[in-house]
Design a protein around this ligand. Structure first.
Ligand code: 8YV
Length: 315
């Protein structure tokens, strides 16, 4: 029997690619100079898509693949996959939950520490000779004992909060409802009130059309000139223009961001700011987690083509 054909939206590590190429005919759209010509040549036979969280699969693309059966996402977030288009045609969708939760939470907390203690500037202070020439590095803000807000107490938000407890922080959270597992945390339903209460606001909610710009101009204003916004979810959860305005004027103290509108191309206004920590969407980027994510993508595809139950089905 001939191998099923799958479309890859972006590169995977070699340890996944070698395995995928053994089982499928792999069509790499990200290597195509002319995507339309590439799809004209291959679209008719594609039965699966292997994509990544930020790349997804649009309704337009899905519409061009008449034999598509499954979209497997290398990532927990599937906001970039058009689920309605998939449901309408009975196309299955899988993601990679759980295996990345701890690493994403770790990076979020590391970003808060790094930014609050000015570690990037401190590194430059040592390397460029400022320590010797100018003396002591400017004083920064502590994190222990201060107030954290977690916007979205799902798997990742909960792990962030668990870590923050280790820093004796006062933790509040916002979600669609109070969570029974949120022991020792205060529920504040309204994101503006949460931001008003918090020194550090973590954005950890799954993105969807309903959460677009949930971190609004008002939320950012409530966080204020001493506040820090940490985003390890999706850029769409934040009104990025309002964020840039507030960082430029000092209406918001600082930000630590792993995700951006239009990434990897950033709004150049970010690059001119010294009160923002910029990270290249790598919260899940450890060898251990990426191996587990790749395995889950491969196992879901294999289960599908063997007619078995999917391991982590979204649709
Ligand atoms: C990316 C992510 O998928 O889990 C998610 O939703 O955004 C990430 O894990 C990862 O960067 C691979 O592209």
């Amino acid at each position: 029997m001939s191998k099923p054909e799958i479309l890859m939206m972006g590169p995977y590590p070699d340890w996944d690619l070698v395995d995928l190429e053994g089982r499928y005919v792999v069509r790499k759209i990200y290597e195509a100079k002319d995507r339309d010509a590439f799809l004209d040549a291959h679209a008719a036979d594609i039965r699966g898509i292997a994509t990544r969280g930020e790349l997804g699969a649009s309704a337009e693309l899905i519409g061009k693949l008449p034999k598509l059966e499954i979209v497997s996402v290398y990532g927990v977030g599937y906001d970039a996959v058009d689920l309605a288009a998939c449901r309408a045609r009975g196309i299955r969708v899988t993601n990679t939950p759980d295996v990345l939760t701890n690493d994403v939470a770790d990076l979020g907390v590391a970003m808060m520490l790094c930014q609050s203690r000015g570690m990037i500037g401190a590194e430059h202070w040592v390397r460029d000779g400022s320590w010797e020439a100018k003396g002591l590095y400017p004083l920064k803000r502590r994190i222990w004992g201060r107030k954290a807000g977690v916007l979205g107490l799902g798997r990742i938000g909960f792990e962030v909060a668990k870590r923050l407890k280790g820093f004796d922080m006062d933790i509040a959270y916002s979600d669609v409802s109070a969570k029974p597992y949120a022991e020792g945390m205060t529920f504040i339903a309204d994101p503006v009130a949460l931001a008003d209460h918090a020194d550090f606001l973590f954005v950890t909610l799954a993105a969807s059309a309903a959460t677009r710009h949930i971190v609004s101009k008002d939320v950012i204003a409530a966080l204020g000139p001493d506040g820090m916004l940490i985003n390890i979810s999706r850029a769409s959860n934040i009104d990025e223009e309002a964020l840039l305005d507030a960082l430029e004027t000092g209406a918001l103290g600082s930000a630590a961001l792993d995700v951006f509108e239009g990434e990897p191309k950033l709004n150049p206004r970010f690059l001119a700011l010294d009160n923002v920590l910029l990270q290249p969407h790598h919260a899940s980027g450890t060898i251990e987690t990426r191996k587990a994510m790749g395995k889950l993508v491969r196992d879901n595809l294999a289960a599908h083509f063997a007619g078995a139950s999917l391991l982590t089905a979204v649709v």
